[in-house]
Design a protein around this ligand. Structure first.
Ligand code: GLN
Length: 482
């Protein structure tokens, strides 16, 4: 659809703008989907954001067209989904060999809600295997490249979803965030990524990584678009008992206005934070001051333990959740001489190195004799962290930090050094441990070798206060605030 590509600029298109244009009849849902399919054909062989582009996009488009103009902003909006989410009848593999050819028997609640609202699903995106990683290099199906510099990673684990939106191969996409997998790739790809409050969106139909940490969230070009998708997906679900009822995330008149933003300076002093990332962060602090906010230094006394706590609790939950993949019930199967050897061969060959590493770590920290020393202790510190945040949010409305300690790194740079890779998560894992919502928004760039690499700013708020993130994010990016 060359005509469409001339008429609307996919680069600046948002859900809001597309919605208005569809309602006006400037173009049809088919036109819009075709524009993205054309772009995918042109560019995705270089970027590899998608593992599969669905063959029924036009059929979905025709269905969606009927919903246009009936008041739902998502009618006809083309969305990509991460490969760990179920859409009935479609393959979903979590980018793992062990789920080769697995076909989803039902649809995830979050996706069903979007489908009912009229969204069109273009395809499933690449990711780190079972959402474990920070670069999408742990996929069994090849690495996703950063659209801003093809020699660099898009981030992870939802690297495909982030790259798809950044490269205009989808208008929005879904990711999952267990320790930063929405915010970090959003930061590296220069777009908006929201990790909602734990339990605000159903995990039913999302393949579990760390069940007490996982949450689905959107990648978008604007904060307003993230808000639209969050509102469409949130809410209590009978299929996920951890979901919470939500008036949630919506600004009500009793909510006091956002005035004070906290900065945990003590946590930003360590080495390992790129100088340009710090410069961009200071500029963001200044920008909020200029917008009239009070900036306050805050103490989060236990935050320095977050990463260690995360890398005990998360593998414990991973080892439990991945035990269901035994080569019998799902996907990849390798025949041995007896059942035990079946398991060993299927799991040994079906899982990649990082999945195996975490299963071993998790089994270790949960084993009798080590359980108290590691797992219980980590849970105790997790409680301390929750107290720290509760106290902090008694004094401030939001907390800001960089999203990642540095811009996107080179493909291959950290694959053989798991600890360096884990340090990517230093600013993001805490929100998952305490359950609070957090958003990454674009806040600067660093130029390396003629390429402009995006830098992200992370904003955290109190439980159920996504409205604070939307409010601050929109003001920061100069978007209209209702
Ligand atoms: N990068 C983190 C990890 O490897 C976060 C993963 C995620 O959020 N799914 O565990």
């Amino acid at each position: 659809m060359a005509a469409l590509n001339n008429m609307i600029d996919l680069k600046t298109l948002t859900i809001q703008k597309a919605h208005e244009a569809l309602v006006r009849g400037d173009f049809t849902v088919r036109d819009l989907c075709q524009a993205y399919l054309d772009e995918i054909k042109k560019r995705d062989s270089d970027i590899h954001a998608y593992l599969e582009v669905y063959d029924d996009v036009m059929k979905q488009a025709d269905e969606a067209q009927k919903k246009v103009g009936k008041g739902n902003p998502l009618a006809g909006i083309p969305i990509a989904i991460k490969d760990n989410m179920l859409l009935e009848g479609k393959i979903a593999t979590s980018a793992s060999k062990i789920l080769t050819g697995y076909v989803a028997p039902y649809t995830a609640t979050a996706i069903k809600k979007l489908r009912d609202a009229g969204a069109v699903f273009i395809g499933r995106t690449n990711m780190d295997e079972f959402a474990m990683g920070s670069s999408t290099e742990n996929s069994a199906y090849g690495v996703t490249k950063n659209p801003h510099d093809l020699s660099r990673v898009a981030g992870g684990s939802s690297g495909g979803s982030a790259a798809a939106v950044a490269a205009n191969l989808a208008l929005a996409s879904l990711g999952s965030d267990t320790g930063g997998s929405i915010r970090q790739p959003a930061s590296h790809c220069g777009i908006v990524g929201l990790k909602p409050t734990y339990g605000s969106i159903s995990r039913h139909g999302l393949m579990a990584m760390g069940s007490s940490l996982d949450i689905i969230g959107p990648f978008t070009k604007s904060v307003s678009d993230a808000e639209i998708l969050f509102n469409a997906m949130k809410g209590k679900d009978r299929y996920d008992s951890t979901t919470i009822d939500t008036e949630h995330g919506t600004q009500t008149t009793e909510h006091r206005k956002v005035k004070v933003i906290g900065v945990p300076r003590h946590f930003l002093k360590g080495e390992g934070i790129d100088a340009d990332v710090m410069k961009a962060f200071e500029a963001s602090v200044q920008k909020f001051k200029d917008l009239g906010y009070e900036i306050k230094d805050i103490e989060l006394p236990n935050i320095e333990y977050s990463l260690a706590v995360y890398y005990v609790i998360m593998p414990a939950e991973v080892s439990t959740n991945l035990s269901r993949f035994d080569g019998v019930k799902y996907g990849y199967h390798k025949e041995g001489k007896d059942l035990l050897e079946d398991y060993m061969l299927s799991r040994g060959e079906g899982f990649g190195a990082e999945a195996r590493r975490r299963i071993m770590l998790g089994s270790y920290v949960l084993s009798s004799g080590y359980y108290d020393a590691y797992y219980n202790k980590a849970n105790a510190v997790r409680e301390l962290l929750k107290n720290d945040f509760e106290k902090a949010f008694g004094k401030v409305d939001a907390i800001i930090t960089p999203t990642s300690p540095a811009p996107a790194f080179k493909i291959g740079e950290k694959v053989s050094d798991p600890v360096a890779m884990y340090l990517e998560d230093i600013f993001t894992v805490t929100a998952n441990l305490v359950g609070n919502p957090a958003i990454s928004i674009p806040a600067g760039e660093k130029e390396i070798g003629g390429k402009k690499l995006p830098i992200g700013l992370q904003i955290l708020s109190n439980h159920g206060r996504e409205d604070v993130l939307f409010d601050l994010g929109k003001k920061f990016l100069g978007e209209k605030v209702k």
